[in-house]
Write a protein that binds this ligand. Sequence first.
Ligand SMILES: C[S@@+](CC[C@H](N)C(=O)[O-])C[C@H]1O[C@@H](n2cnc3c(N)ncnc32)[C@H](O)[C@@H]1O
Length: 283
Amino acid sequence: MKKYVNAPLPFQGQKRRFVKQLEEMAMQQKKGAVFVDLFGGSGLVSHTIKQARPDCRVVYNDFDHYSKRLEHIGRTNEMLRALRPIVATIPPKSRIDEPVRSQVIAEVERWHKSGFVDWFSLSSNLLFTMNYVHSFEEFRKETFYNRVRKDDYNADGYLEGVEVVSMDYRRLFEQYRLVPDVVFILDPPYLSTDCGTYTCCGPRLYGANSDYWRLSDYLDVLKCMHGTKFVYFTSRKSTIVELAEWIAKNDFHGNPFEGAKVYRQHVSGVVLNYEDMMLVKAA
Ligand SMILES: C[S@@+](CC[C@H](N)C(=O)[O-])C[C@H]1O[C@@H](n2cnc3c(N)ncnc32)[C@H](O)[C@@H]1O
């Protein structure tokens, strides 16, 4: 089996920096352990664990239908092969201006009209870093850059032996919660401070399926850690670990805001759009 240290097709948030640690964790588990990758994303975590422990069941929750992108990898390669000569005169990483820009749009439209287009992969070949679109309508309005890769994508054997499912993580957790020696991999979308003010953040990152994640959604994930074996990914931007430590240290119970009167003020401007709140429990 070929070992991948990166997901074969672009995916934001893939855990490529933790491959070694994941292998170590997998090697330490009992014979017959079952790994359930609740927030599978690109499948890199599932792939890594299956490589390390081919004897174990590994369940990959493909919530974003990444495997559909893998299925169409041949078509994506063909589309990029067709685009390479069109952008050949543009230096790498430079902006693509007219008349080449119109030629790029016409070529992509041809692929769009004839079937599946992997917009995420296409974006990482033609848009500015970290810019992604989900449709032709979005794509045609963007500024293009020549970031077209020189070689084909290859995903041979990537999900070999991995069980692929696609559902909300809570449902999958319920299905496996009582399975002996189960290890849950918990890698929810990032809790970014910016996300709170821009509701488009979730869908833009992961595609039409994912809704914006609120703090309570992150806290819900903690329920999957109660009495289970787990691997949890987070970042220092997220304050979940700090919050959990604080609650434990202060033996905190109950909701201090229960019964409080809530006043809301909407704040909006060119870049700002949020709500200020005043909670009063002073009677
Ligand atoms: C940080 S990414 C996971 C990355 C993954 N570990 C990897 O290495 O590629 C978080 C994933 O959770 C998915 N997701 C969002 N809401 C979900 C839900 N309710 N149930 C399952 N997955 C969800 C997102 O679409 C995204 O793919």
